[in-house]
Design a protein around this ligand. Structure first.
Ligand code: ADP
Length: 550
């Protein structure tokens, strides 16, 4: 029997309308580096997004599913693009402004972007690329920055504010199929070419609802969220859509992502929530340790994208800021797990749950697969590759304008689950603990050593600011861990034997203790601020590191 329910499509258009009407008074505040930040209400954003849609169609000829790219910081104009472009049936393509230029060009060409909306401050990145981007017909510039380099470029150039000024604030939004593409984001291509993940209206809608659930970020219109995670990194973890659904105020840092301005904006705007990768929180902690600021408004922070060291969580607990660990990927929209402990536990009992990656929401099914393809039990001990499926999990990668979508065997199982490439265990009550990425696991004498466990233990040492552990070739054992450490300012030299002893005392098995050590100035980071271990492996292989062997 079919249901008697209406079949109303789940679309970004609906999110736009809901936010601009029901939550019209909620605000997006963008940091400007000037005495006053820029403030705009959801109602105004809705009106401006509608003007943008009119401009894109009537002036720039976007009339179907053409890709409209953004090369922008987190700011209110970027939110307008987020809502307008999918709602008119086109596809928002967020570009990662930290990628090497050749990769950026590859991505724009692969996605066949027709228009790019760019922040003025990023023109020095875009303009030299334009001769290599034949599909780009229009460049739309927003915000401060020198325009002179644009003289003589081939695509037509528009000023965002002039382009949308005076356009109608109504639009005959098309009836969209909820399965249609709404937005796309390329993975940062840690291995091989970047891969395009294409989100549907339906996946964005359902994911936004999950983000808003109490068991996930649980925000309401009483909250203000500081969106540090870039809008080009998995749709800022879904926040721009989720906030429009629930009227959550947004605080956008624009290009002011250094620890000092972040601390300033938290102290003066008093957000209740924030979202970013661990590197950001490490930097902010060092900043407020040196120059104290009041972070206490920010009671609740979502931290993910890379493993959160427990020592970082403890340090923020002392500041009255609770870090909640989350796991996800570009392919999972990204919300995959969040580490809210189960009910009824004391603070001490909660701790072992908080340091896991968390548990899965109803929309994400998970299984662990062993090396022979067997499904492993959830017993907190059996380690395998995590596979997931659900309505906001990718089933393929974008195959290019003329190609079919791609389902590489190493990324998708035969029965359609996403192979995450992450290795871990799941407890009997459904909490995921990741021990490594499959490609970062250290295989020593047939046993696995978790690089993440060693890093977490090292980062708990009072002299260690950051630590990254990678596998290096070893004649006897196949592979052994190399520990690279960044010392805190003012730390008294390095005593590797003492660090090794510290690891042993914190419970690391003797055979897992690294014998190769190196102090480095900073851990190399990927374009989204994660430890870039392939760079460390390469530096080691090329003899660029000063390594001490104990
Ligand atoms: P990239 O693969 O280029 O880093 P993503 O942002 O999609 O791009 O990264 C997803 C990966 O990040 C996951 O597969 C996992 O390895 C890692 N990751 C994300 N969140 C966490 C977390 N909380 N703990 C450990 N690893 C994480």
């Amino acid at each position: 029997m079919l249901s008697t329910m209406q079949d109303v499509p789940l679309t970004v258009t609906r999110i736009l309308h809901h936010g601009m009407t029901i939550h019209g008074k909620s605000q997006v505040t963008t940091w400007t580096g000037e005495p006053e930040p820029h403030r705009v209400t959801f109602a105004e954003i809705g009106a401006r997004a509608t003007r943008l849609a009119n401009a894109l169609r009537d002036e720039l000829g976007v009339d179907g599913d053409q890709r409209v790219a953004t090369l922008m910081w987190n700011n209110s104009v970027h939110v307008e693009a987020y809502l307008a472009i999918p709602s008119m049936g086109a596809v928002l393509h967020t570009l990662n402004l930290r990628l090497p230029p050749e990769q950026l060009a590859w991505i724009v060409n692969h996605a066949d972007d027709k228009v790019v909306i760019v922040n003025g401050s990023l023109l020095p990145l875009l303009v030299p690329l334009l001769p290599h981007l034949p599909s780009i017909e229009h460049v739309v510039v927003s915000g401060p920055g020198d325009r002179s380099a644009l003289a003589g470029v081939t695509p037509r150039v528009h000023e965002y504010e002039e382009l949308i000024a005076g356009r109608p604030t109504t639009y005959d939004w098309p009836e969209l199929d909820e399965r249609q593409a709404a937005a796309m984001c390329y993975t940062s291509g840690t291995t091989g070419d970047p891969k395009g993940v294409v989100y549907s209206h339906r996946s964005i809608y359902l994911h936004s609802m999950q983000v808003n659930m109490t068991e996930s970020m649980g925000l309401t219109d009483k909250d203000t969220t500081l969106v540090v995670v870039p809008q080009f990194h998995v749709n800022a973890w879904g926040l721009p859509h989720a906030t429009f659904m629930s009227g959550v105020n947004m605080l956008m840092p624009d290009r002011f992502l250094q620890p000092a301005p972040l601390a300033d904006m938290i102290e003066s705007e008093r957000p209740t929530h924030a979202a970013a990768v661990p590197t950001i929180w490490q930097g902010l902690l060092a900043e407020v340790t040196a120059n104290p600021r009041d972070l206490s408004s920010m009671a609740n922070v979502t931290i993910g994208g890379a493993a959160c060291p427990p020592s970082l969580m403890e340090a923020y607990d002392k500041l009255g800021v609770r870090l909640c660990h989350a796991w996800g990927m570009t392919e999972t929209s990204p919300l995959g797990t969040m580490a809210h402990p189960p009910a009824g536990l004391s603070t001490d009992e909660e701790w072992p749950y908080r340091v896991t990656q968390g548990r899965f929401p109803a929309g994400v099914e998970a299984r662990l697969v062993g090396p022979g393809g067997e499904h492993l039990p959830w017993d907190g001990e059996s380690a395998g590759e995590l596979e997931v499926r659900g309505p906001w999990i990718a089933s393929a990668y974008y195959g290019g304008a003329d190609g079919e979508h791609l389902r590489p065997e190493d990324k998708f199982s035969e029965d359609g689950w996403l192979k995450t490439g992450d290795v871990g265990v799941i407890s009997t009550d459904g909490y995921l603990t990741l021990t490594d990425r499959a490609k970062d696991v250290i295989k020593s004498g047939g046993e696995w050593i978790s690089s993440v466990e060693l890093e977490n233990a090292l980062m708990a040492h009072p002299d260690v600011a950051e630590a990254a552990v990678v596998a290096v070739p070893d004649e006897k054992w196949g592979e052994r861990p190399l520990a690279t450490v960044v010392l805190k300012e003012g730390a008294a030299g390095t005593d590797y034997e003492a660090l090794k002893e510290f690891l042993a005392e914190s419970g690391i098995a003797k055979w897992q203790l690294p014998e190769r050590w190196s102090v480095i100035a900073a851990v190399p980071k990927t374009s989204v601020g994660k430890f870039d271990k392939k760079v460390i492996r390469k530096q080691y292989a090329e003899g660029e590191l000063d390594v001490t062997q104990l």
